[in-house]
Design a binder for this molecule. Structure first.
Ligand code: AMP
Length: 418
């Protein structure tokens, strides 16, 4: 079933959204992108004459905690939706069931943070540090058992289920995946946001126009190894940048000074270089670096060859020669995936490389390429540079996007398609 086809008139929809928004110390929302992203889905249901029961998590609570209460976002949600929104201060309590049952067409109910219950994630809590394996196993079995009741209760509030939380689609949690089995195929669907995300991933994975270039940045090879290996089977060009650069440089005998490096991943880096060459993938690495004499925005800076970094200096961004090489590869591409900055973009003086990559992607997109930007930091980059409108799609998913691109089946997606 698709959300567009479904008529919600007179129906109650349980909508799993990702309202995991950043809050400041006064509980003011500092970035409401995720809330706005779910509005088309919520508004369609309400406009059809349906009612919505909204479920989300906020942060990583270990139990009930005021700090993680969704009541903090309630006023803003009312404003965005332009209607009154009720609140159930416990997603499992009697209040939630009564309020859900009494919902009239066009009304909305926000449930308290689903992760106040361990059952949402299905992971035991409060285990002593020295718990034995047996105790751990028993606790896991117990929470998995009570998770069934938890999931069933959430499902009982509604006639249909809509998943619009791409950010948690890689988790087999109660409200993101398990709940779907309580609804038949005609009564469960993706929300508009989730549909768009699934389509964008599909385009990058299965409808590839070549050359296909992936730009992988960020700090560590170890956290991106699976995706890099997977991409080697798909891409024509693989740009590896950011902090990962220096593990590759050192592995090849270069001098990297104090630059970030994973010494236990040197062999892995060489292995990736070998695999790329065997597969005919053009693996592109930096040739020069913008270096700093300390890890600070105010550090003294300079430029040098990437493999000749002086002893007490470190590479915090790519240099101009590298920018030109990356830009040429990117501009000649027809499909582009960008994940992770070229340098420490949080420091204003080391944003230049990431900006040049973003600009090259915008240029390629103007020339007809499909470009997908995803994963927290590269999204922050395009937003910071005001270039988000110039790329084809900016994903709201971090981990979920990477896992999808690794070729993994995301439980949240599978549960709707089953
Ligand atoms: P990740 O979370 O793995 O995507 O990495 C993103 C982080 O990598 C950002 O916080 C960047 O500051 C950091 N990063 C990028 N380049 C470097 C570098 N040359 N040295 C240290 N950190 C870096």
């Amino acid at each position: 079933m698709t959300i567009e086809q479904f008529n919600f008139a007179g129906k109650k929809a349980f909508v799993r959204v990702d309202f995991n928004v950043p809050l400041d110390e006064n509980f003011h929302i500092t970035d409401d992108t995720r809330m706005r992203a779910a509005l088309p889905t919520l508004k369609k249901i309400i406009a059809d004459g349906g009612s919505v029961i909204i479920g989300s998590h906020l942060g990583r609570p270990k139990g009930v905690a005021d700090k993680f209460s969704l009541k903090h976002i309630l006023p803003h949600l009312k404003e965005l939706l332009g209607i009154e929104v009720q609140f159930a201060a416990d997603c499992m309590g009697e209040e939630a069931a009564i309020k859900a049952a009494a919902l009239q067409p066009g009304e909305a109910l926000l449930l308290e943070n689903l992760r106040f219950y361990a059952e949402e994630e299905g992971k035991p809590r409060g285990l002593a540090d020295d718990a034995s394996d047996e105790e751990k196993k028993a606790a896991k079995t117990a929470v998995k058992e009570s998770q069934k009741e938890f999931t069933k209760k959430l499902a009982s509030y509604a006639d249909c289920y809509v998943n619009d939380a791409f950010g948690t689609a890689h988790r087999a949690h109660a409200s993101t995946a398990l709940i779907a089995k309580y609804f038949d195929k005609d009564n469960k669907m993706f929300g508009y946001l989730m549909e768009k995300e699934v389509k964008a991933v599909d385009k990058v994975m299965n409808d590839i126009h070549r050359p296909f270039t992936a730009i992988m940045g960020g700090s560590k090879v170890s956290s991106k190894i699976e995706i890099i290996e997977n991409l080697l089977n798909k891409v024509d060009n693989l740009i590896i940048t950011g902090g990962m650069t220096y593990t590759f440089t050192k592995a090849q005998g270069g001098k990297i000074g104090q630059s970030i490096c994973e010494d236990d991943k040197l062999d892995l880096a060489l292995d990736l270089l070998k695999k790329a060459s065997e597969k005919g993938v053009n693996l592109v690495l930096a040739v020069d670096a913008k270096i700093a004499d300390s890890f600070s925005n105010d550090a003294k800076t300079g430029f040098c060859a990437v493999d000749e970094i002086p002893d007490n200096w470190q590479g915090l961004d790519i240099g101009p020669k590298t920018e030109a090489i990356f830009a040429e590869v990117i501009k000649g591409s027809k499909t582009i995936l960008w994940n992770g900055p070229t340098g420490v973009f949080e420091f204003e003086n080391f944003t230049h490389g990431s900006r040049s990559v973003a600009e090259a992607i915008v240029e390629a997109t103007k020339r007809g390429a499909f470009s997908l930007v995803g994963g927290g930091d590269s999204v922050a980059c395009v937003n910071k540079f005001g270039l988000a409108d110039g790329v084809s799609y900016v994903s709201t998913g971090g981990g979920a996007l990477l896992e999808a691109i690794e070729g993994k089946i995301l439980p949240g997606i599978a549960a709707i398609n089953e």
